[in-house]
Design a protein around this ligand. Structure first.
Ligand code: MG
Length: 385
C-alpha cells in the first residue's frame, strides 16, 4: 500500500480539503474546522436531520422505542463508514457528513411513503428520495442569510446523490455528469453507500428478531448468520438469547467490515489511484467486499426482502401509509394554502407542476407522526386513533 502523505492521515485517493471542487456559493475558509467538518456540522444542525428521529426505517415509530428510526440508522451508517474510512486513509469527516445526510430526503413511513409519493408525482417529474436529500441540502433548508440550503461542498453533494436518472442528471450540471459519463464518485461516497447497506442488513436482523417477525432458525439457513451464531453459542453457552443475538450481529458486521477493508486495500494497491479524480475516472468501484462475502451479504439482503420487508405486519403499515400519503397529496393540491408559509406561497396560483413539487417537498419533510396528525385533522377527523 503506498505510504500516506507526510503529516497527513489522508491517502492520495482520499478527498482532500484543499482539492475540493468547492461550494455553489463561495465562502471564506471554515477555519479552525476543515471544510468537510463544517459540512457535517451544518447537517447535524439542520431541521431535516432532527426530523429523522420520527421517521420510519422499517418499523413505524409507534411500534416501540427499541427499534431503529431513520436517525439511529443514520448514526449507525456513520459509525461503520468512519471506521472503514480511517482504515483506508479516506476522509473521515466527509464520510461522516455523507452518511449523516444520506437519508435526509426520505418521506415518512419508509419505502411505502416514498413509493406512494413517487406515484402521486408521476405526472410531475416523479419523486426520488436521493434527489430529495440533495434538494434538502441545496434548497429547502432555510437557515443561512447568504445562500439557500446548506451550501455544502461538491464532494458531500456528490455522495448524497447516490442514484439519479439520466433525465434528472442532465439538469444537475457538474454534479450530474457522472451518471451521464458512467463514472464513479469519490471513495467516501462509495463507502457511505456500502455502509448504509451493511448497517441496515444487520440492524434489521436485530429489529426483525426483536419483533418476532423472523426467527433464528430461519436465519441459520444463511451461511453468514449461521457461522457467527454457532461461534457465539460455542464460546458462550450460558448467554441469554438477546445477548447471543447482539454478539452474532456484532460478529457479522465485523466480518463484513474487515473483509471490505482488506479487499479494498488490495484493489487500491493494485490500481494505485493518485487522486480522487483518478478514482472517479476508474470504470468500476474500487471499494467492495470480496466475491464470497459480497455474495453472503446479498443473500442476507434477499432474505430480509423476502421475509421481513414483505411481512404481513410491514405490509399492513404499507397499505396505511399509502392511503395517508395519497390523501394528503390530493388535499394539499387542492388547498396549497394549507402548506407551510413558504411552500404555500410557492404553491398558490402556481402552475400545476410547481404546486405539485411544493406539495411533495412539504409531505416528504414530514415525520410519521406529523403526517398521521395532519391526516386525522384534515381528512378523517375521528379516524385512525
Ligand atoms: Mg439509509
Amino acid at each position: 500500500m503506498p505510504s500516506l502523505a507526510a503529516g497527513s492521515a489522508l491517502a492520495p485517493w482520499a478527498a482532500h480539503d484543499d482539492q475540493s471542487r468547492g461550494r455553489l456559493y463561495p465562502e471564506p475558509p471554515a477555519h479552525p474546522r476543515s471544510e468537510f467538518q463544517r459540512d457535517r456540522d451544518r447537517i447535524i444542525h439542520c431541521g431535516a436531520f432532527r426530523r429523522l428521529m420520527y421517521k420510519t426505517q422499517v418499523f413505524v415509530n409507534h411500534e416501540g422505542d427499541m427499534y431503529r428510526t431513520r436517525l439511529t440508522h443514520s448514526l449507525e451508517v456513520s459509525q461503520i463508514g468512519r471506521s472503514v474510512a480511517v482504515a483506508l486513509g479516506l476522509n473521515e469527516h466527509l464520510t461522516e457528513a455523507i452518511c449523516l445526510a444520506h437519508d435526509l430526503g426520505h418521506t415518512p413511513f419508509g419505502h411505502a411513503g416514498q413509493e406512494a409519493l413517487n406515484d402521486c408525482m408521476r405526472e410531475h417529474g416523479g419523486f426520488e428520495h436521493n434527489l430529495q436529500s440533495l434538494r434538502v441540502v441545496d434548497k429547502l433548508e432555510e437557515k443561512y442569510a447568504e445562500f439557500p440550503g446548506l451550501n455544502l461542498c461538491f464532494e458531500t453533494r456528490e455522495g448524497i446523490l447516490k442514484h439519479c436518472s439520466r433525465r434528472n442528471a442532465r439538469e444537475l450540471g457538474e454534479l450530474g455528469e457522472r451518471f451521464l459519463d458512467r463514472q464513479q464518485p469519490g471513495l467516501e461516497a462509495q463507502l457511505a453507500n456500502l455502509a448504509d447497506e451493511i448497517a441496515y442488513n444487520n440492524h434489521d436482523v436485530d429489529d426483525g428478531l426483536r419483533a418476532g417477525m423472523i426467527s433464528i432458525e430461519q436465519l441459520c439457513e444463511l451461511e453468514i448468520f449461521n457461522t457467527c451464531y454457532q461461534e457465539v453459542v460455542a464460546k458462550y453457552p450460558e448467554l441469554i438469547e438477546r445477548t447471543v443475538i447482539h454478539e452474532t450481529v456484532r460478529c457479522m458486521i465485523n466480518h463484513v467490515v474487515c473483509d471490505l477493508i482488506e479487499n479494498t486495500r488490495r484493489e487500491l494497491d493494485r490500481v494505485s489511484p493518485a487522486s480522487i479524480d483518478d478514482v472517479r475516472r476508474h470504470g468500476k468501484s474500487m471499494l467492495d467486499m470480496s466475491a464470497g462475502v459480497g455474495k453472503a451479504h446479498r443473500e442476507l439482503k434477499r432474505f430480509l426482502r423476502q421475509t421481513l420487508y414483505s411481512h404481513e405486519r410491514v405490509r399492513r403499515m404499507t397499505d396505511k401509509a399509502d392511503r395517508i400519503m395519497r390523501s394528503l397529496f390530493s388535499c394539499y393540491m387542492s388547498r396549497p394554502d394549507l402548506l407551510s408559509e413558504r411552500l404555500g406561497s410557492v404553491g398558490e396560483g402556481a402552475a400545476e407542476e410547481t404546486r405539485a413539487r411544493a406539495v411533495a417537498d412539504y409531505i416528504a419533510g414530514m415525520t410519521d407522526r406529523f403526517a398521521l396528525g395532519e391526516y386525522q385533522r384534515l381528512i378523517e377527523p375521528g379516524d385512525e386513533r
